[in-house]
Design a protein around this ligand. Structure first.
Ligand SMILES: CC(=O)N[C@H]1[C@@H](OP(=O)(O)OP(=O)(O)OC[C@H]2O[C@@H](n3ccc(=O)[nH]c3=O)[C@H](O)[C@@H]2O)O[C@H](CO)[C@@H](O)[C@@H]1O
Ligand SMILES: C=C(OP(=O)(O)O)C(=O)O
Length: 507
């Protein structure tokens, strides 16, 4: 059978099913595997070649299903040498399916530690960060079983309060388990977190907030040691006002306060939809949280949270990225499922520059773009202001708009890493402190680029689609951390983007 005829049977979001389909329906023979592997490696994003190889050699459904059960959800394994090849000046059209929100999924997975009963999570995106987060839970002795976009978690037994150091160091959200662990075990030892290199990203608010709930905290040799003194080992309700509405600190403190003894009042908290999703999840487990979605949370601690079946909200950053992809290629698209209210600031910006956005139904957005778009002026800020996680993508768009645009980054002090790369394409950008002044041009020309963080990666892919000729974008693993099959989804919309596995390319 020809590899191309397998394409309709392979879906980026359903790698396990796809592999099962391959193994069972097509009864692949060893000779075909090599060809298939290179096809999958170059066109699909999230099937690990080695796992595929294992499965393709298996013949019986029972063995395959046993294997699936023992494998973590996310076989996303891009290597450092992988890159994207984008041929520019493409038009997009059609509909794109939006995955579950990365930042909500990560927080809710951490929140599952607060309950000692069965948790079923749905709409969990297939991402490298999610797979690392599940590893963190497993390293605590938690039962984790994944199937497609569903995850079953049971944290009845926590065999340790010290999650895998290497995993915590890889992502930002790994650190958010601190509040849950203190709430459950009264102690925790955590490595300092990783995540996108976009600023110093301190954790002082997390730690001061937990101290306000009765924890003792020490930072020694790259580790945070936190514990609750006294016999009961239970946190005490307390009051904490954040200097800045930190998303992660709000989430960690919310988890801690849910299991503390008495009432907590957390003020100047973050109001991002992902924070609200975590609150709604905890409430579905029996937590008592008032003020959800406002800047003050009043939480009455309970001794125990029960199980829940919970569906993660759609990813507003992914939806925004596709809307901007439509704008930068002057195309028309629909995106769903999405919650338009979560994208108000993004919709406003796109309308201001001349894009037409409508809501064909309550969970869908349609964007129609004309050939010339006006300049923009934007400053990132805490929700409901413009999200920092869409700033690089919007900056790419600004490079193609008429006249002078201004983009201010107010959340992270080093989130301009994409500017130098955009300039390699011919973009005209001047950065002073946290402000970029962009002179629009229609003359971007493809070249070799390097993504040094997740959203820089998506921004460069978008810019490559608008440029003349071919761009090679290195740093694929950053994109795989937080976008479920971005290249696959863009291809379905008509983009000319290819994943090059381990190749060294000169443009
Ligand atoms: C996994 C996750 O959910 N990541 C998101 C989360 O990151 P994260 O939770 O790390 O971001 P925060 O909201 O905490 O950071 C916002 C600002 O607060 C500062 N700060 C934060 C904590 C602290 O203890 N002290 C302190 O000073 C940070 O340096 C930054 O300047 O929110 C960011 C802001 O919307 C998003 O860009 C990230 O995608
Ligand atoms: C900054 C981001 O993620 P993280 O906080 O996980 O590094 C992001 O999603 O853009």
């Amino acid at each position: 059978m020809d590899c191309l005829s397998l394409r309709p049977h392979l879906s980026g979001g359903h790698s396990l099913d796809s592999v099962r389909t391959l193994a069972l329906r097509f009864k692949l023979h060893t000779a075909r595997q090599k060809k298939l592997l290179s096809f999958v490696k170059s066109t699909l994003y999230n099937i690990s070649p080695c796992r595929l190889r294992i499965r393709c050699t298996l013949r019986t459904p029972t063995i395959i299903s046993d294997l699936e059960n023992s494998i973590p959800l996310l076989p996303v394994t891009s290597s450092r040498s992988d890159s994207f090849k984008v041929t520019g000046k493409c038009k997009l059209s059609g509909h794109v399916h939006i995955s579950g929100a990365k930042n909500a999924a990560l927080a809710v997975i951490a929140g599952s530690l607060c309950s000692s009963e069965d948790i079923r999570l749905r709409n969990i995106p297939n991402l490298l960060d999610v797979s690392i987060m599940l590893q963190i839970l497993k390293s605590l002795g938690v039962y984790v079983h994944s199937s497609g976009n569903d995850v079953h978690i049971n944290a009845r037994e926590l065999s340790t309060s010290e999650p895998c150091e290497k995993s915590v160091q890889k992502i930002r959200a790994g650190f958010f388990v601190l509040g849950a662990l203190l709430g459950r075990n009264g102690e925790a030892v955590l490595a300092l977190p990783g995540g996108c290199a976009i600023g110093t990203r301190p954790i002082d608010l997390h730690l001061r907030g937990l101290e306000a709930l009765g924890a003792r905290v020490e930072v020694r040799q790259g580790n945070v040691y936190a514990w609750v003194g006294g016999g009961s080992k239970r946190l005490k309700g307390g009051t904490f006002c954040m200097d800045f509405p930190s998303v992660g600190a709000t989430e960690s403190l919310m988890m801690a306060a849910c299991l503390a003894d008495g009432k907590s009042v957390l003020s100047n908290v973050a109001k991002e939809p992902e924070v609200t999703d975590l609150a709604n999840f905890l409430i579905s487990c029996g937590a008592k949280i008032d003020g959800v979605g406002s800047n003050t949370l009043v939480i009455q601690g309970v001794t125990k949270l029960h199980g829940a079946d919970y569906t993660i909200i759609p990813d507003r950053i992914e939806a925004g990225t596709f809307l901007i992809a439509a704008a930068i290629t002057r195309s028309s698209l629909t995106v769903s499922p999405t919650i338009p209210a979560h994208l108000t600031s993004v919709i406003r910006q796109l309308r201001n520059i001349g894009c037409k956005l409508t809501e064909p139904n309550s969970n869908m957005l349609q964007i129609v773009c004309s050939s010339s778009l006006n300049n923009l002026e934007v400053a990132t800020g805490p929700y409901p202001l413009f999200p920092t996680d869409l700033q690089p993508q919007l900056m790419s768009l600004a490079t193609t708009c008429i006249g002078q645009s201004i983009v201010k980054e107010t959340i992270f002090e080093k989130r301009m890493g994409h500017v130098e790369e955009l300039m390699k394409l011919g973009a005209r950008i001047n950065v002073t402190k946290n402000m970029a002044v962009i002179q629009g041009t229609s003359g971007l020309v493809g070249t070799k680029l390097k993504a040094n963080n997740l959203r820089a990666g998506s921004a460069l892919i978008l810019a490559g689609m608008a440029a003349d000729g071919v761009s090679i974008i290195e740093g694929v693993s950053h994109v795989d951390r937080g976008h479920e099959g971005l290249d696959h989804k863009l291809r379905l919309l008509g983009a000319n983007i290819e994943r090059l596995v381990g190749k060294h390319i000169t443009v």
